[in-house]
Ligand binder design. Sequence first.
Ligand code: URP
Ligand code: ZN
Ligand code: ZN
Length: 526
Amino acid sequence: MQAGDRQLIRFGELGRLDAVDQVALHSIGKPSRGSVRDHQPRYVRGSIAASTEREGMGKTLITGGTVVTAADTYKADVLIDGEKVVAIGTDLKAAGAKRIDASRKYLIPGGIDVHTHMELPFGGTRASDDFETGTTAAAFGGTTTIVDFAVQGFGEPLEKARDAWMAKARGKAVVDYGLHMIVRDVSDTVLREMETMVRDGISSFKLFMAYPGVFMVDDGAIFKALVRSAEIGGLICMHAENGGVIDVLVKRALAAKHTQPKWHALTRPPEAEGEATGRALRLAEMAGGVPLYVVHLSAAQALEQVRLFRDRGLPAYAETCPQYLFLSYDSYEEPGFDGAKYVMSPPLRPKWHQDELWKGLQRNDLQVVSTDHCPFCMKEGFKGLPKQKELGKNDFSKIPNGAPGVETRLALLFDGGVAQGRITANRWVELCATTPAKIMGLFPRKGTIAVGSDADIVLWDPKATQTLSAKTHHMRVDYSPYEGRKVKGKATTVLSRGEVIVADGTFLGKKGRGKFLKRGGPLLQT
Ligand code: URP
Ligand code: ZN
Ligand code: ZN
């Protein structure tokens, strides 16, 4: 294979490269001495130089920082040419390059949030962030890639949902984005269309075991989709809550005139999540040991199931979200209607679950932290938005489900994880960027700092503190679930494909600069 061919390879197919080529792609090198021209590292050869000319972008040299990847922590300069990292080493020289001083900062790969819902239609309204406001907020928080969920309309082809979500994102997204597909009816036609989706880079499909009549599919449908995903090299993502039981509990609560937000949590017990998680994993096992990715895992009972299947050697994967690590059922007891801020599914759990989730992250039974970013405003009229959470003022079951988080994930995890000694900085990067990139078919283009990878790089100040607040965040929503929380760590400069899009609190990117990412199949190593 020629070096120039590398860019033609879908990154999800990296497993097919021979060992020498893999080493070349990941090499950490020092440019050779000599002329400026010679500073082009030899192993890069033609491909990256060619792409730089196409993009018309210059070189950027980030000096004096500490590179933190999932594997290593070391002091190094990073040279970017156009959109790619082209060299990592000490005392790099690059005449004419723009320079960024990263002394006393970590250099981490841009965060990858593989679970967002920009403009998700839900319960008669839609999530308040669109691809512009949501990805701008993501950038401020150090996240440079999102994977959002397109939603299939009942009886509609998957292509239609894909096109609709592409239209929402195109011209708006400021960071790169991929798409999953929410499948609502698993017909034979849809099973066929799943292959087209994978071919077009939408390589994962979310199914729901909850929300009967809206999203829920039955076990037979789940089984068929699992078998199909294995055939076509896709991945099933599961919302695992027992929707049938929850429906009965909701009806009983409402019949007893229990209408306050806290009843959302009281009618969605952790056992309903544990049961559905175990059932989903069992279905994946019956489908032939097919990989399954459980989304927004919140409860110890669900984690127990994931651990059980992983201990048996089955390919079970799961993500949790900051809200389940830092917030608890107690928030639903806030006065008046304030508990609605935390109405999301699965709901917040009693505090003791948090320790179990941290153990899950430490022991790798949980591999990813995403956000499930799905904001709805508390009050009608914020930035011209219609009634959202207030739709459920007199009936908790009508409160749109979801909460904001795309901007605060890295800081919360750094503060609660790294600064408080629960995880290492490497594990933080692994959970928030590297493993999401691997599982969602974006690695090594995204998710690490390596020669040949996209120059999505965040300068992270580990000493800075910030106070999370709706007054200062960039998400288009009128509250923060973490209002007033002081956290250590902050993204100070954010680069996306070599371009500085945030510097010292100022947005420098351009609406619509984000590119659609054609994802490969999952790279399942953990
Ligand atoms: O409450 C939530 N999680 N809203 C978004 C939809 C989903 O289930 O992920
Ligand atoms: Zn869900
Ligand atoms: Zn979600």
